[in-house]
Design a protein around this ligand. Structure first.
Ligand SMILES: [Zn+2]
Length: 138
């Protein structure tokens, strides 16, 4: 890891575990995957912002969320490309692209190239990796 990609938020594994709890720690810090169709954010349609479940960085706008039927919250693109980090992932005998939060280097999910938007990308993200901040009523 060179300096330009070094995360801004750095904590020990013990600190993360205490902050996140067992389940979220497994997803965010050990690149786990929640069971499909189990996530609490899957059917959220409200306007707002999806932020990193570990550090609170804004990651995906509600506008970019779409129904992908894949079992995880899906987005056409991140709110800002610079807020996420993409890595080659060769685990489980597949070649996929892992998505991490740039700020704290926590695992979010994977990105695939079959999205419906002009970008052609589908960000398939664990509910447990995100918190939803609903837009305040005017
Ligand atoms: Zn983060």
């Amino acid at each position: 890891m060179n300096e330009s990609t070094a995360p801004e938020v750095v904590k020990s594994e013990e600190e993360w575990k205490a902050q996140l709890g067992e389940e979220r720690y497994r997803i965010l810090r050990q690149a786990g995957t929640e069971r499909p169709f189990s996530g609490s954010l899957l059917d959220v349609r409200d306007d707002g912002m999806y932020v990193c479940g570990a550090c609170g960085a804004p990651l995906f706008e509600a506008d970019s969320k779409f129904e992908s039927h894949c079992g995880w919250p899906s987005f056409t693109h991140p709110e800002q490309q610079q807020n996420v980090r993409l890595l080659d992932d060769h685990s489980h005998g597949m070649h996929r692209t892992e998505v991490r939060c740039k700020r704290c280097d926590s695992h979010l999910g994977h990105v695939f190239d079959d999205g419906p938007g002009p970008e052609g990308t589908r960000y398939c993200i664990n509910s447990l990796s995100l918190d939803f901040r609903k837009k305040a009523e005017p």
